[in-house]
Design a protein around this ligand. Structure first.
Ligand SMILES: *Cc1c(COP(=O)(O)O)cnc(C)c1O
Length: 376
């Protein structure tokens, strides 16, 4: 946690559960990525945390934005982003949303099917379009494959078709899966799209851009490679395939920009044992799966906990949320340990919880209010 967040929690003791985000850390993360990949244009994936203070700070840093819906496009515009800096990156868009985005001046759209391409040709005539390719998501703790992307062969035909339909066949994209912990996923994916890119260019298609997606990891319970390792692997792969004739490079980081800028502060509601002799204690917090911690589904994202008793003896725990739903368990199989001294009423912090939390919170399930948010 950043010193600013620590001071805020100590001095304000905000009601729990809440998310506290250090906006300066958001800016530092943006700059770290920009420094590591100076040739890439950064499109912040708004869905990771669409709060206005985050968007405004990124607008001030000349970020571009990857939006998943017309509503997210409106948020970017309200934060001061020019329409020309916004990409409508969802391959699944309502016709009305395409029309509204096009009317608002958004000029860049993703697709991965002939059907969506047809919608874009009619409702966003002349727009720049890019085709999403299905790539391996191995190594990602929050995979995004199966639902999105098409084959190289199909993409080739669709990009040719895009030009025939009067659209601008701008580029290709992929996403190696979120919280991707291996640099080789990018290298493999770049090799796959590079061949198609060159093939299309040689066939006379005016293709200019490769969008490497997001996926850059943040440190949760386990260490992850630093952003420089990803940048080195990516640029090495790009130059080995394209030499000095590099295409425009886009990246769409979400988690990396906001993840470690935020902390969830929660309260221990109950510590109990199923049976008196059971070694495992159940720790119930005032936030759980439905309060925003949706990425604990399948115990995928493993948050790190900070407690007032850190340094003391620990024991095995299962960790759960406060609702009356049996699915509201955060961790049961991931061998979490927390201090023996942990007790009802203690405050605990979930570190690096700035991404994919606030907007995943349910609306008053069991009567609980949506997650409170503080941007400092
Ligand atoms: C979710 C998403 C991102 C952001 O992914 P992160 O893993 O948070 O960096 C980028 N691009 C697209 C198309 C996405 O769906």
């Amino acid at each position: 946690m950043t010193p600013k967040i620590a001071r805020f929690l100590a001095s304000q003791a905000p009601a729990t559960p809440c998310l506290v985000v250090d906006i300066d850390r958001v800016a530092e993360n943006f700059r770290a990525l920009a420094d590591a990949m100076p040739l890439a244009r950064i499109y912040y994936a708004v869905k990771a945390n669409p709060a206005m203070p985050v968007l405004e700070r990124l607008v001030g840093l000349d970020s571009s934005f990857d939006a998943a819906s017309f509503e997210e496009i409106e948020m970017c515009l309200a934060a001061g982003a020019p329409a020309g800096r916004i990409s409508y990156g969802n391959t699944i868009k309502k016709i009305s949303a395409i029309q509204r985005a096009h009317a608002a001046g958004v000029d860049m759209f993703a697709f991965d099917s002939a059907e969506e391409l047809g919608k874009l040709a009619v409702h966003a005539p002349g727009a720049r379009v890019y085709c999403r390719i299905l790539v391996e998501n191995a190594g990602a703790e929050w995979p995004l494959s199966r639902k999105f992307g098409t084959s190289v062969g199909q993409a080739r035909a669709l990009m040719v078709r895009a030009a025939e339909l009067g659209l601008d066949p701008y580029g290709l994209s992929f996403h190696v899966g979120s919280q991707q912990t291996g640099t080789d996923a990018y290298e493999t994916a770049i090799g796959k799209v590079a061949m198609l890119f060159t093939d299309l260019r040689d066939s006379g298609v005016d293709i200019r851009m490769i969008n490497l997606g997001g996926g850059f990891p943040v440190r949760y319970r386990d260490e992850v490679p630093g952003i420089d390792r990803f940048a080195d692997a990516i640029m090495h792969a790009m130059t080995s395939h394209f030499g000095n004739n590099l295409p425009e490079i886009l990246v769409e980081p979400g988690r990396f920009i906001v993840g470690d800028a935020g902390v969830v502060s929660a309260e221990v509601v109950l510590v109990s044992r199923r049976e008196p002799a059971d070694p495992v204690r159940w720790v119930y917090l005032d936030i759980g799966r439905f309060g925003g911690l949706a990425e604990t589904e399948g115990e995928s994202i493993k948050y790190r906990f900070q407690t007032p008793h850190d340094g003391g003896a620990t024991g095995p725990v299962a960790i759960a949320g406060p609702t009356c739903d049996g699915a509201d368990i955060l961790y049961e199989r991931s061998n979490y340990r927390l201090p023996e001294a942990l007790a009802c009423g203690d405050r605990v912090e979930l570190l690096a919880a700035g991404a994919y939390v606030t907007t995943y919170a349910s609306q008053r399930f069991n009567g609980f209010a949506p997650l409170a948010e503080h941007y400092i």
